[in-house]
Design a binder for this molecule. Structure first.
Ligand SMILES: Nc1ncnc2c1ncn2[C@@H]1O[C@H](COP(=O)(O)OP(=O)(O)OP(=O)(O)O)[C@@H](O)[C@H]1O
Ligand code: SF4
Ligand SMILES: [Mg+2]
Length: 324
């Protein structure tokens, strides 16, 4: 495994109490593999990613337990300067909002080049050539001229390509993309997603793709991890999940994807809201919203049941769900 997160717990101390944002997440990604992480807003997708990258807001955040093994080393045991070397050079992150992640007063060429100057000790001139090469790589037309331009002179889709170029610059082993296309319109979304998938193959990187949108992951991901209230509730190869979910929450997410063959039919939405993370319901956190809930669900936390070799579900009734 390239990256293995083991039983990670992250909490935030706030004036109102302790928010348990991540409650025992375990997931992993191999070189050349794409893991999609799915779940509603507030389920802990980004906080888990921030813990992996070492960019968690601490305080108020705190890693209460767990291990993050990357190429065999536990990142949580590294000193900050060692951690900084890993970040950027060996793992990189792409965010939703390129405009606020890029520096508005530096040309994109200078920002891309900076990576090579700082990390590779290149001259400005060589770094500039590298920047043009990268912009070509992410298919920005007219890279040679546009390298002198500033972020605001690019469209949203092109800016996102620049972010991808920044992330790729040092050829990291792992990229974490947190809702990389959410801010873009639908056709541009598909182009950027295809580009990301293609580069992932070409560079044989591991990719963690965080998204709300089960619709986009079918073509690009190998495995899916579904999060709810800071836990993984189901993890499986993509095709297994699409064939039949083994968790009612996954089923709810699947049933809420708009489908072309069912135009006009009312879209299913999961009832109710995600729990307050300062007061997660006892038993299965999903029980107040679950159409399959029984008494045991209100008292006993479901463990991660092994559905098959490469599939787990945190539902007491995963069998009924799978075959129902
Ligand atoms: N800086 C912070 N201070 C306090 N609480 C925080 C902070 N960051 C995150 N949290 C808590 O962690 C929870 C999970 O946040 P996270 O950003 O991981 O959700 P997410 O799954 O990425 O949602 P979204 O789909 O909206 O991006 C939040 O609902 C919030 O309660
Ligand atoms: S454990 Fe119970 S409440 Fe939780 S998802 Fe399964 S059936 Fe629903
Ligand atoms: Mg998020």
């Amino acid at each position: 495994m390239l990256l293995e997160v083991r039983d990670l717990h992250v909490e935030f101390r706030t004036r109102d109490g302790v928010a348990k944002a991540v409650n025992g997440v375990s997931y992993g990604v191999d070189a050349g593999e794409t893991l999609a992480v799915l779940g509603e807003s507030g389920s802990g997708k980004s906080v888990t990613a921030q813990a992996i990258m070492g960019i968690l807001d601490m305080p108020p955040g705190r890693i209460a337990a767990g291990e993050i093994l990357f190429q065999g080393r536990d990142l949580l045991k590294l000193k900050e300067d060692e951690r900084r070397k890993v970040r950027g050079a060996e793992m990189a992150m792409i965010f939703q909002d390129a405009l606020s992640s890029l520096n508005p007063v530096l040309s994109v060429g200078d920002q891309l080049g900076e990576m090579f100057v700082v990390h590779r000790g290149m001259s400005r001139k060589d770094a500039r050539a590298k920047a043009v090469e990268l912009m070509d790589r992410v298919r920005i037309p007219g890279a040679r001229e546009r390298v002198k331009q500033y972020p605001h002179q690019f469209s949203g889709g092109m800016r996102q390509r620049i972010m991808i170029a920044m992330a790729l610059a040092l050829e990291p082993a792992l990229i974490i993309a947190d809702e990389p296309t959410t801010a873009l319109d639908v056709t541009v979304q598909a182009q950027v997603m295809d580009l990301l998938a293609e580069l992932r193959r070409e560079y044989d990187m591991g990719l963690i793709l965080i998204t709300h949108d089960l619709g986009v992951v079918a073509d690009v991901a190998d495995r899916i991890a579904v999060m709810y209230a800071g836990r993984i509730v189901e993890q499986a190869p993509v095709r297994d999940i699409y064939k039949a979910p083994a968790h009612p929450y996954t089923r709810g997410l699947l049933d809420s994807i708009p489908r072309l063959d069912q135009k006009g039919r009312e879209l299913y939405a999961i009832k109710g809201l995600p729990p307050n993370l300062m007061d997660i319901p006892p038993g299965c956190a999903f029980n107040p919203r679950c159409p399959m809930a029984q008494d045991v669900c209100r008292t006993d936390v479901p463990p991660l049941y092994e559905v098959s070799d490469d599939r787990v579900s945190a539902c007491h009734f995963w069998r009924e769900c799978l075959h129902g």
